[in-house]
Design a protein around this ligand. Structure first.
Ligand code: TA6
Length: 283
């Protein structure tokens, strides 16, 4: 199918399971929409979001590989988010059906990074739960290392009412200042730019905006990046409409530091599971 954007039709795969729905763009295998059985859309999608070959789409869940941001010599956030992935079909072996998308190295990727890899993104819907698993396999004959992330733009009603629990007391690197510190507050305050890489953390996180909440669990991803540009930086982003930074927080399961090292034939898998809850107070 296609998703009708202001920049024209975007080739997508629509997924449905009972009342739950999702839409994955083939460009970047990027989830553009997730509507769980209960409640409405949970992923951010802006009114000024731009689409087009080769450009990162500021919406949904971009897949970041093999470099995080500008932490290395390659193109910012790597090319997995702009490459055209293939849809392999629906797998049912893990119980819940999951759509599988593939991206393997090619001449263009090898010209920038001389490694042979196979990426698979598995997207499963089950009632109020979304499961996204990223798998990286080394299909070459030399080891390589990589960083990766699921750069999830999670929709919120407003930042003032937004809380992100589950990371209190953990050390993070503030990407804007380069400092590593600990915030004793139960939740970061989203009242300006927030760009934090929490290193070596797992467990459950919870994002709530006073009306709806998401329970976020990850396995395999050692780090969590939390990002919102704040009003001042957002004003410089041409693909974000004025005021729309107030409608999302990026909570990104990631492997930033250290990078994952894969021996020939070896693979790594990271999973993000998000469950939609009715409000912050219940379950
Ligand atoms: O994930 C945080 C981050 O690296 C921020 O520093 C911020 O710039 C953001 O990603 C968005 O990056 P992009 O290249 O999509 O504009």
């Amino acid at each position: 199918t296609t998703f009708d954007s202001a920049d024209g039709p975007v080739p997508c795969v629509d997924l449905a399971s009972g009342a739950a729905q999702a839409c994955v763009a083939l460009q970047g295998a990027q989830l553009l929409s997730w509507v769980p059985a209960r409640g409405g859309e949970r992923l951010f999608h802006g009114t000024a979001t731009r689409y087009g070959a080769g450009r990162g789409i500021r919406a949904g869940i971009p897949v970041i590989f093999p470099q995080f941001a500008d932490q290395g010599p390659l193109i910012r956030h790597g090319w997995a988010r702009t490459a055209d992935w293939s849809f392999l079909g629906i797998e049912t072996d893990s119980g819940t059906p999951a759509a599988v998308f593939a991206l393997d190295d090619d001449a263009t990727s090898r010209a920038q990074w001389p490694h042979r890899y196979a990426l698979r993104l598995h997207v499963g819907l089950d009632g109020n739960t979304l499961t996204v698993a990223l798998e990286v396999r080394n299909r070459g004959d030399a080891p390589f290392d990589f960083a990766c992330a699921l750069h999830s733009y999670l929709r919120v009603g407003s930042l003032a009412a937004t809380r992100l629990d589950g990371l209190a007391g953990r050390a993070f690197t503030d990407r804007s200042s380069g400092e590593t510190r600990i915030d004793a507050a139960a939740s970061p305050r989203f009242d300006g730019e927030v760009d934090r890489t929490y290193l070596g953390c797992d467990g459950e996180r919870r994002l709530s905006d006073g009306h709806a909440a998401l329970r976020i669990e990850t396995t395999g991803f050692a780090d969590t990046v939390v990002w919102n540009p704040g009003a001042a930086l957002a004003a410089g982003l041409s693909d974000l409409a004025p005021g729309e930074h107030d409608r999302f927080v990026c909570v990104e399961p990631a492997c930033v530091e250290p990078r994952i090292i894969l021996a020939p034939g070896a693979s790594w898998r990271g999973t993000l599971r998000m469950a939609a809850c009715e409000d912050a107070a219940s379950d």
